[in-house]
Design a protein around this ligand. Sequence first.
Ligand code: NI
Length: 226
Amino acid sequence: MLIQIPNVLTSDQVAEARRKLDAAEWVDGRTTAGPQSAMAKNNEQLPETHPVGLELGDMIIGALQRNALFVTAALPLHVFPPLFNRYAGGQSFGSHVDNSIRQIPGTPHRIRTDLSCTLFLTAPEEYDGGELIVEDTYGVHSVKLPAGHMVLYPSTSLHHVRPVTRGARVSSFFWLQSMIRDDADRTLLFDLDAGIRQLAGERADHPVAVQLTAVYHNLLRRWAEV
Ligand code: NI
């Protein structure tokens, strides 16, 4: 399931992030790519341990923890500290799949990448091109969102970023390990949760909402890794 999470950051938070990122020193993005994706990758990136990246990453993680749509869609177990990239002057990232396992910088911990996240920090009017193109079994999706909005998609998907031919595209990108490894299982839980919310919204004490909430939690209990 590919899902858009609107308004992860406020416009003030986006402005703060852009001000700090625009003043930072960027490096060649190939430093975090595997050998195959390094051949496809052409962009700039903030070094993984850059203090601005760490500070803004904490801000993003805090915002996500308060975002109900993100939590119900991702059911996150471990979230990789957000990274930041920039494409300009025709830069692009050719078709690739993200590494399946990632070590969290400066720690012995590794995560399995179940979901890939891109949080847009530039308004679509500021640049031409730069669409994130995600291929899944339902076809090809083109994603270019307002600043502060995020897309989540299964890390199993082939994807690429089209060349940026005017302006610059600045984003945060990261991965997460979900409590629910399988995308289809996670989608079922998300749909069930949406149904329960709708029912409870019509009548808060609806007995069927209580019954379905029990089913939701009992499925989560069967399937979750915690
Ligand atoms: Ni990627």
